[in-house]
Design a protein around this ligand. Sequence first.
Ligand code: GRG
Length: 303
Amino acid sequence: MEFKEQYNIYLEKIEDKIKEQFKPTDILQKSVFEAMQYAICGGGKRIRPVMTIAAAEMCGGDADDAATVALAVECIHNYSLIHDDLPCMDNDDLRRGRPTCHKVYPESIALLAGDGLLNMAFEILSDKDIFRKTDTEALLEVARVLSKASGALGMIGGQTVDLESEARNDVTLDELIYLHERKTGALIRAAAVCGCICAKNGENNAEISNIIPVLDEFSAKLGLAFQIKDDILDVEGIEEVLGKPIGSDEESGKTTFVTLMGIDAAKEYLKKLTEEAKTAIGTLGEKARFFEELADYLLDRTY
Ligand code: GRG
C-alpha cells in the first residue's frame, strides 16, 4: 500500500476515536468541553497518534486498542498546544489556520480546557473496560511512559528551558538540542513507544522489547528533525498553508536552529538527522517501511 493511503487509514481511525470521545454535552460546565473539542477537533497532522497506531500494528497489536492509546496521546498534544498559545507562554492568535483556543473562549476556560485534556488522557488509559486486549500491566506502562515524557523531565521541562532561554542571546546549539529533545521530541518518542507497549501480550514481550529501543532511536532523531523543519518553515513557509504567521520566531527574538546555524546548515542538519533516523529503523526491515517513508514525508512537509 502507498504511504499516503496508509497514513490516511490511520488518520481516519484517529478522527473516529476523537469524534466518539468528544460528543456535544449540555451539562453546566459545557464551556470547558466545548473548548476542549474546539482544540482537538481542529485538524492537525496527527503525527504522534499515527506513529502510535503504526507502531502497534508493526508489533502485531490490536488496532482498536492502539487507536485508544493514540487518542490519549493526541489529548496530551492538544493540551500542550492550548497552553503553549496562551498569553503567558507564546501568546499566539492563530493555530491550524483558526483562532487559538483562548481567542475563542475566555483565557481561563482555555487554560482549563488544556488541563481537562491532560486529565482525560489518563482517564482513558486507566479505563480497562474500553480496551479489548491490552492488559493492565501494559496500560500501566503506557501511562508511566506518557506521563514521564509529558512531565518536568520531558515536555514541560523543555518548555521551561525554552521560556527561560527567551531572555538570553547566548543559547548554544547543545542547549537548543537539549530543550527540543524534551519540548518536541519527548512526546513523539513516547507516542511511538506506547504503540509498541500496548501490543504486548506476554508471549511477544521479549520481541517487542527488542523493537522498542530501535523505534525510540528513530523517533528521537525524527523529533529533532521535526523541530528543525518547524524552524525552517517559520522562515520559508507559506502562511496560508502553515496556518499561522511566518517569521514569528524572529519577531519574538527566539533562538532557533535557523538563527544559530543559518538556513543552509539547518537544512543539511535536517537531512542528516532524517537519514540517520531511516538507517536506524531500516534495521527492522520491511515491517518498518511505513516509518522510513514517514521520515521522508516529514522532511518534505509544508505545514
Ligand atoms: C503545563 C503550563 C504548562 C505547559 C505545558 C505548553 C507546554 C507544556 C509545552 C509545549 C509543547 C509544545 C507546543 C511543543 C512544540 C511542539 C510542536 C512543534 C508543536 C506543533 O506540532 P504539530 O506540527 O501540530 O504536530 P499539529 O497542528 O499538526 O497537531
